[in-house]
Design a protein around this ligand. Structure first.
Ligand code: ADP
Ligand code: MG
Length: 624
């Protein structure tokens, strides 16, 4: 019989399964059980549309049995089964969900905790078995097939006989070594514990033959060994259990069992609502963003159940975009089962559930922010950008939900602070919330524009994310305090002498001359009220800031959007004095000086010099 090769990716993964020193090998069982449960759910679906199939939940079960002599562990289900093609495809290639992550993690080394990275499903069997055999008969077929593999070399498929529809998977358990105990996977009691830990909520019975020493009837001290088939899982889904009965570990295990993420969740919320619409939900905030989180590829959504039956893997309508990082599920007995996709989208009930979930998530995040700042910052580093997008999009309708969840780096605190904390610390004579934009904290720190604000002892928020300033423009104000960029034309200091400062007639004439030289580049040249040690800087007028111009110019559709720039001059600076001299003696030199100063202001701002060659020429000219 021809041995078929696994797909390249699958083969690598398999190799890792076989050789990895993964500490939690027992999760293979949860993978196989969850596949069996899925297969029965699929039957259930079929029955909804196919009249020839009747589905009576009590007929469905998973059976686990062991044979110590042959070292086999068998898992049987009477789910939908697999055709020959399905055996070939489903078991010959890695599940799609896994393969995505796999591609990204190409650099993973052998022995890495790969299960911790993503759900590998069926292949996990090879962590504990050196032979895996699958016999399956699909629901529409009379012919069964047998799939067999001893690992990375490949697999075979041949015809087989099987009386009932469903799948039987037989693992030949590896021999134990000094370091590795595989015997536990042949011991019904230990398997029972594994099932309890990882698969307790599976809604179909998981049956095992368990032996028990029982007092012989009619005797007082004679015992006999009785084998009894028992259901070992409680079949109550975790979300239907009482919160008080559950531990953090239960929630964590469930997160991993569902492959919600490859990390540990930062926090979870368990919701149980008994109002107009009855539903339960378990929501998780992950610790790290999935690798594709900030890309088009990422799909948000919660699992949606109708009274314990999964009806949608990812229901996006249950989460607004700004909370798209939340993982988890919603189960409602009030949802009709055969709702089509379109109907789901318009479902008023789902909208109501979403609204309530948003409230719960917000509460949970606020709680985290108040009680565990460190954890919250971990969260914010991963997902803060998404919250800021949320403030920016939808015309700022979400801003009330989100504004108190934002963090920004503060010049005085040298750490992330909330807007509330900023306002709380504002100086008595301070009207505005000041911010500065730039590529990094270090760069912002040295911006000439921050000088005078800093001098006043005002705190400055550092905006290093592209989205920051856009989001803040949507917010308009916080606690009735408006935001102000340190680069804005008017800094809004209250009765300040600097504000009164006006240019002398003589200086103003020079500014006018400079403005003429820089025509089309700046809208004005004027005396700076904010510069102290630096000779020049740019500020801006109007709604588009210089930082926004930078961001917008990176998008093809926004080419040509320009900030209205003002060149500010420090008239007390020696450099200006040189320029003044030049203006009297040498008009050509005056133009050179002006261009040099303008270009330097651009550079300080992180903007490109428009004509580098002529800028270099100008500098050389000045140096001569
Ligand atoms: P996933 O469950 O994430 O799809 P798996 O590797 O666990 O990935 O399984 C791969 C596929 O094999 C499943 O999607 C399913 O189609 C099929 N499969 C596995 N086990 C069974 C089973 N017991 N009955 C029917 N189909 C199964
Ligand atoms: Mg699976």
């Amino acid at each position: 019989m021809a041995v078929r090769q696994f797909e390249a990716e699958s083969k690598r993964l398999l190799d890792m399964m076989i050789h990895s020193i993964y500490s939690k090998r027992e999760v293979f069982l949860r993978e196989l059980i969850s596949n069996a449960s899925d297969a029965m759910d699929k039957m259930y679906y079929r029955a909804l549309t196919d009249e020839s199939i009747t589905f009576d939940q009590s007929d469905y079960y998973i059976k686990i049995s062991t044979d110590k002599d042959h070292r086999t562990l068998t898992i049987t289900d009477n789910g939908i089964g697999m055709t020959k093609e399905e055996l070939e495809q489903n078991l010959g290639t890695i599940a799609k969900s896994g393969s995505l992550a796999f591609k990204k993690d190409n650099e993973i080394k052998d022995g890495f905790d790969i299960i911790g990275q993503f759900g590998v499903g069926f292949y996990a069997a090879f962590m504990v078995a050196d032979k895996v055999s699958v016999t399956s008969r699909a629901v529409d077929s009379d012919q069964a097939y047998h799939w067999y593999s001893e690992g990375a070399e490949g697999f075979t498929i041949e015809e087989a006989t099987k009386d009932d529809v469903g799948t039987t998977i037989t693992l030949t358990i590896k021999a134990s070594t000094e370091d590795d105990d595989f015997e536990q996977f042949l011991d019904p009691r230990q398997l029972q514990t594994i099932v309890k830990t990882y698969s307790d909520f599976i809604r179909y019975p998981i049956k095992m033959d368990l032996t028990e020493e029982k007092l012989k009837e009619g005797t007082e001290d004679e015992y006999e060994t009785i084998v009894e088939e028992k259901t070992v899982n409680s079949m109550v889904p975790i979300w239907k259990k009482n919160k008080a009965e559950l531990t953090d570990d239960d929630y964590k295990n469930f997160y991993q069992e569902k492959h919600f993420g490859y990390d540990d969740p930062l926090t979870h919320v368990h919701v149980s609502v008994d109002g107009n619409i009855r539903y339960q939900a378990i929501l998780y905030v992950p610790e790290t963003a999935p690798y594709n989180y900030y890309s088009q590829e990422f799909e948000k959504g919660l699992e949606l159940y109708s009274n314990g039956v999964l009806i949608k893997n990812k229901a996006p309508e249950l989460l607004p975009d700004y909370f798209s990082f939340v993982k988890g599920l919603v189960d409602s007995e009030d949802l009709s089962l055969n709702i089509s996709r379109e109907m789901l989208q318009h479902d008023r009930q789902l909208k109501l559930i979403e609204k309530n979930l948003v409230k719960k998530i917000k509460q949970e995040l606020k709680k985290l922010l108040m009680n565990d700042r460190e954890k919250y910052e971990t969260f914010f580093k991963a997902f803060g950008r998404q919250l800021k997008y949320g403030v920016y999009s939808d015309f700022g309708q979400n801003k009330d939900t989100l504004k108190d969840l934002l963090l920004f780096y503060s010049s005085t605190e040298e750490k992330l602070v909330t807007l509330a904390e900023y306002v709380e610390r504002m100086k008595e004579d301070q009207t505005y919330i000041y911010y500065a934009t730039g590529e990094s904290h270090a760069r912002i720190e040295r911006l000439p524009q921050t000088e005078i604000v800093r001098d006043k002892g005002y705190e400055i928020l550092y905006f290093t994310d592209d989205i920051d300033e856009f989001a803040i423009k949507m917010l308009l104000n916080y606690d009735e305090k408006e935001f102000k960029s340190v680069s804005s034309g008017d800094l809004g200091f209250e009765d300040d002498q600097a504000e009164e400062k006006t240019a002398s007639e003589e200086d103003q004439a020079i500014f006018d001359q400079m403005k003429e030289i820089l025509k089309g580049k700046v809208s004005d040249v004027r005396l700076s009220k904010r510069l102290k040690t630096h000779p020049v800087c740019l500020s801006n007028e109007g709604d588009i800031s210089i930082e926004m111009e930078k961001v917008l110019s990176m998008m093809p559709e926004n080419q040509g959007v320009k900030a209205e720039k003002v060149l500010e001059i420090n008239a007390d600076h020696d450099i200006f004095k040189s320029l003044k001299q030049a203006s009297q003696s040498n008009e050509d030199m005056m133009e050179t000086y002006t261009n040099v100063l303008y270009n330097q202001a651009l550079l300080i701002e992180g903007l490109p010099v428009e004509d580098p060659v002529s800028y270099a020429n100008d500098v050389w000219k000045v140096m001569k």
